[in-house]
Design a protein around this ligand. Structure first.
Ligand SMILES: [Zn+2]
Length: 245
């Protein structure tokens, strides 16, 4: 577990069990402590809770799921008594796919006894924690259920898997929607950008990801068939071919 302090009140926890970095972002706001994404299970989240307790004391915790993919929600197990926020489509996604994914990946990846735990506070457009200067908003892209979180105090955007390095891993056929979301990100009043599997980044990553998605839309992405992008890009092309039929 890598721990990095961000701004005045953020902490980025990064893990490598999946072979790529995967993030949990914690914001110690005025009223609540927010945990963005819960990774692979309760054993990891217990460590996060201990960290929060030692740094911030017995403050109330609010959990957020950026989207329903298994590598971002299994730690919900530990928070059945907390508020767990997500988009309405996120809960639907977990209801439809969560059990299958748990059976498929549990043995290899679960950290502790994962009990599928659904988000329990759902929204559709935006959700604002006024006193804490925190905004959550619907941002479909990587998936249909994706939300993003802005900490206005530290000017941080947590994008979930909408932003990836070096290029997005496409899991949607609605690329116009994805490009719109990324275009909207550019106009946000933020300086620091963190994705579900990225480093601590800045707006350049948004621009790079947007350029890529636009080029795929325009069928002008041959430049990505070589070099560091090759494997990701070819996997994306294969996925789109299989799902666009
Ligand atoms: Zn994902």
């Amino acid at each position: 577990m890598e721990i990095k302090k961000i701004g005045n009140r953020g902490t980025l926890f990064t893990f490598y069990d999946l072979g790529i970095p995967t993030n949990i972002y914690v914001i110690n706001a005025k009223r609540y402590v927010y945990i963005l994404d819960t990774y692979l299970g309760p054993d990891i989240m217990q460590q996060i809770n201990e960290y929060i307790f030692s740094e911030y004391g017995n403050k109330q915790i609010i959990v957020v799921n950026s989207h329903g993919h298994w590598d971002h929600i299994w730690g919900n197990s530990l928070y059945s008594n907390n508020i767990i926020i997500a988009h309405v489509l996120c809960k639907e996604y977990i209801q439809q796919n969560g059990q299958n994914q748990l059976v498929k990946y549990r043995e290899e990846y679960a950290k502790g006894n994962v009990v599928l735990t659904y988000p329990n506070l759902l929204f559709t457009d935006t959700l604002q924690f006024e006193e804490d200067n925190i905004l959550m908003f619907y941002s479909p892209g990587h998936t249909e259920d994706q939300i993003s979180v802005i900490d206005y105090e530290d000017k941080v955007l947590f994008s979930g898997d909408n932003l990836e390095r070096p290029i997005p891993y496409l899991m949607t056929t609605n690329l116009d929607q994805y490009a719109k979301t990324l275009g909207d990100y550019i106009n946000l009043d933020v300086d620091i950008v963190i994705g579900g599997h990225t480093e601590c980044e800045d707006k350049k990553l948004i621009q790079d990801n947007l350029n890529y998605v636009k080029k795929v839309i325009d069928k002008d992405a041959a430049e990505f068939e070589n070099g560091e992008y090759e494997d990701y890009h070819l996997a994306n092309m294969k996925w789109l071919e299989e799902h666009n039929r």
